[in-house]
Design a protein around this ligand. Structure first.
Ligand code: ZN
Length: 217
């Protein structure tokens, strides 16, 4: 091969490689933070099947509870780590010591958009898992109702919430985005759990405290 041919080959290689490299870098940026971090994987894999629940009065836990959570990539949703997290969160919320109607991943130390919601509006009131939930719209009509939170033990209070909401989430069967309208107390649970994913706690929205047994942080 003469030097001219060599140069042509080099240019051809560069023309092919440079765009591939740029695309790879863009791809890495787009999925950055949408997969489980090493710290999160450690928490998920090494915790007991009933996980430690972060509480607002613990300074380190409070940082996690106040940090907005990232959505998960489809790759992350298909991972064994996600299945383990989901199962351990389910065991945690249904544990007799907690007995909640919902739980969000920041409550077990993972800042990712994953929640379990008890579907009081469905027969048998099943607990259902939602990935990347987003509240698209809220009814203007609101209703007051009492709430508590696993992360704020010993405190309940009245919170005003929309009667009906439209949500979207990533289906765990098709991995497509689906939307749904939810009403009643189940809509309240979705609003409470989605707030957790944005670092918001029900005490931020509280109107009256029925049992002010602890100092608010
Ligand atoms: Zn809560």
């Amino acid at each position: 091969m003469n030097s001219y041919a060599k140069r042509l080959t080099l240019i051809a290689l560069l023309v092919l490689l440079v765009p591939m490299l740029i695309l790879a870098v863009i791809g890495a940026f787009r999925t950055a933070g949408k997969d489980f971090s090493i710290k999160e994987k450690t928490i998920i894999e090494h915790s007991d099947s009933v996980m430690y629940v972060t509480v607002i009065n613990n300074p380190a836990d409070s940082v996690i509870l106040r940090t907005p959570s990232r959505e998960l990539s489809v790759k992350a949703l298909k991972s064994e780590t996600f299945r383990t997290l989901a199962e351990k969160m389910r065991r945690t919320v249904t544990d007799p010591s907690q007995d909640g109607v919902g739980i969000a991943a920041p409550q077990v130390g993972v800042n990712k958009r994953v929640i379990w919601v008890m579907r009081l509006d469905k027969e048998g009131e099943p607990l259902e898992l939602y990935a990347n939930p987003v509240i698209l719209s809220r009814s203007e009509a609101v209703v007051d109702g009492e709430e508590g939170c696993l992360s704020i033990p010993g405190l309940r209070g009245s919170v005003s919430r929309s009667v009906s909401i439209e949500i979207s989430y990533t289906s765990l069967e098709t991995f497509q985005t689906v939307t749904e309208t939810v009403e009643g107390y189940t809509a309240r649970i979705f609003q409470h759990e989605c707030d957790h994913l944005d670092g918001i706690l029900f005490i931020d929205r509280i109107k009256s405290r029925s049992e002010a047994s602890q100092e608010l942080p």
